[in-house]
Every structure is written in structure tokens, then in C-alpha cells.
Write a protein that binds this ligand. Structure first.
Ligand code: HEC
Ligand code: HEC
Ligand code: HEC
Ligand code: HEC
Length: 145
């Protein structure tokens, strides 16, 4: 074989060896344990704090509001969908205050006219013309609108 081809071949072999070495050094130990991902990642994700505790966690202290909401038009909505994640509040209600979304814009996130949203799913209202002088919650109870 001519010398210049031998050199090229050696260079090729060297690159492949270097690739295999780096792959060996840089691949995390638990990679491939269960599939094409890091096996340890499962434990790391499972260790995350659960931040949304669910409507049932509110019953012990706010049973009137829970019952009221479940009987009205907002029965399908989650408390935390409006008030935000409550994992800190349920343990320290006096210290960890929740958000009270009382602005017109907030209700408009679901009720404003939006061609992309199916009309049958949520009643759409022209927020600019519908009693623009007051907050929505002056007339509609957010827990039983
Ligand atoms: C559609 C959004 C929405 C949902 C869903 C919702 N809330 Fe509210 N909530 C509000 C708003 C807005 C206020 C502020 C009312 C005010 O200032 O008069 C409020 C106020 C409150 C208050 C403060 C006391 C009061 O009456 O002002 C509590 C407690 C509360 N909500 C608990 C809950 C619980 C428990 C649920 C689930 C069963 C829930 N909320 C579901 C929007 C919502
Ligand atoms: C251990 C009892 C307890 C539980 C459980 C609890 N709350 Fe409360 N919550 C309170 C108390 C007490 C207040 C009044 C705090 C104050 O006025 O300082 C309050 C106030 C609120 C307020 C008014 C804003 C604020 O933070 O003061 C909202 C909204 C609220 N709670 C929503 C919820 C939701 C939603 C849940 C369920 C995910 C929930 N709470 C679970 C006791 C509780
Ligand atoms: C996360 C989305 C969402 C938010 C935020 C929300 N709503 Fe609703 N609302 C709904 C759904 C879903 C219904 C039940 C379907 C329907 O009737 O439109 C509903 C129903 C209603 C109805 C009854 C409509 C009817 O059919 O007669 C009123 C009134 C209403 N909401 C007012 C409010 C007000 C006021 C706020 C703000 C405090 C608010 N909503 C925030 C989703 C939302
Ligand atoms: C001054 C009182 C008042 C205010 C403020 C108000 N509404 Fe209403 N709303 C009403 C009345 C009364 C009705 C029923 C008659 C009608 O359709 O106008 C109604 C009806 C609705 C309906 C049902 C419409 C239907 O076709 O069934 C929705 C949804 C609604 N309002 C959402 C809102 C939202 C969102 C806000 C704030 C951006 C708001 N409202 C502010 C008084 C009010």
C-alpha cells in the first residue's frame, strides 16, 4: 500500500479509537439501565416536590367554598388553576398566602372571545363591552359564577 494511504488509514483508526475512548469516559454510569436514557434520572425526577396538591386538600379548611364551587358552573375547574400551587399554603396557611386573581384580564384568559377556542367548551364574552366599569367578581362569584 502506498505510504500516503497508510497514513490516512492510521489517522482514521486513531479517530475511531479516540471516539470510543471519549464515549466510554463521558457516558454516565446508569445510561442504558432501562432504555436509551440515564437510569438515575427516574429517581431524580421522582424526588421533586409535588406542588399542586389537588382540590381534596382544601376540603378540611374551606369546605363551604369547595361545595359551592362543585355545585356551580366552575365545577370542572381546579382551585389551584386560579389560586396557584398550594403545597406551602396547606401546611402554613397564615404565612403562605395564595394569589387572588380578581382582575378582569384573568377571567378573560378563559372567557374572552377567541376564535381558536371551541365556543361550546367555555362561554365567550366580549370583555371590552360587557360591564367594563367593574371587576367581574363584583357581579359573578368566582366560586359560583
Ligand atoms: C375561577 C377562578 C377561581 C377558582 C376555580 C377558585 N377560586 Fe377561590 N377565589 C377566586 C377569586 C377571584 C377570589 C377573590 C374573591 C374576592 O376578592 O372577593 C377568590 C377567593 C378565595 C378565598 C378567599 C376568601 C374569599 O371568599 O374571598 C378562598 C379561601 C378561596 N378563594 C378558596 C378557593 C377554593 C378552596 C377553591 C376550590 C374549591 C377555589 N377558591 C376556586 C377565584 C377562584
Ligand atoms: C389547614 C387549613 C387550610 C387548608 C388545608 C387550606 N387552606 Fe386556604 N386558608 C386557610 C386559612 C386559615 C386562610 C386565611 C389566612 C389568613 O387570613 O391569614 C386561608 C386563606 C386562603 C385564601 C385567601 C388568600 C390567602 O392566602 O390568604 C385562598 C385563596 C385559599 N386559602 C385557598 C386554598 C386552597 C385552594 C386550598 C387547597 C389547595 C387551601 N386554601 C387549603 C386555611 C387552609
Ligand atoms: C380556567 C378557565 C376559567 C377561568 C379562569 C374562569 N372561568 Fe368561568 N367558566 C369556565 C368554564 C369551563 C365554565 C363552564 C362552561 C361555561 O358555561 O362556559 C365557566 C362558566 C362561567 C360562567 C357561566 C357561563 C354560562 O354558561 O352562563 C360565568 C358567568 C363565569 N364562568 C364567570 C367567570 C369569572 C367572573 C371568572 C373570573 C373570576 C372566570 N369565570 C374565570 C372556565 C373559566
Ligand atoms: C355589573 C355586573 C357584571 C360585571 C362587572 C360582569 N358581568 Fe358577566 N354578566 C352579568 C349579567 C347580569 C349577566 C347575564 C346577562 C347577560 O348575558 O348580560 C352576565 C353574563 C355573563 C356570562 C354568561 C354569558 C352567556 O352568554 O350566558 C359570562 C361568561 C360572563 N358574564 C362573564 C363575565 C366576565 C368574564 C366579566 C369580567 C370581565 C364579567 N362577566 C363582568 C353581569 C356582570
Amino acid at each position: 500500500m502506498p505510504l500516503h494511504l497508510k497514513r490516512l488509514l492510521m489517522l482514521g483508526v486513531l479517530i475511531v479509537l479516540l471516539f470510543l475512548l471519549l464515549k466510554h469516559l463521558l457516558t454516565p454510569v446508569s445510561f442504558g439501565q432501562f432504555g436509551h436514557y440515564r437510569g438515575k434520572a427516574i429517581d431524580e425526577i421522582a424526588a421533586h416536590q409535588v406542588k399542586f396538591v389537588g382540590n381534596k386538600a382544601c376540603v378540611s379548611c374551606h369546605d363551604t367554598i369547595v361545595t359551592m364551587k362543585n355545585e356551580g358552573y366552575h365545577s370542572d375547574l381546579s382551585c389551584e388553576g386560579c389560586h396557584g400551587a398550594a403545597y406551602l399554603h396547606v401546611d402554613h396557611p397564615k404565612l403562605e398566602k395564595l394569589f387572588k386573581p380578581d382582575s378582569r384580564e384573568f377571567c378573560g384568559k378563559c372567557h374572552s372571545i377567541n376564535k381558536a377556542r371551541p365556543e361550546k367548551a367555555v362561554t365567550q364574552q366580549n370583555i371590552k363591552d360587557h360591564h367594563p366599569e367593574d371587576k367581574c367578581i363584583k357581579c359573578h362569584n368566582p366560586h359560583q359564577p
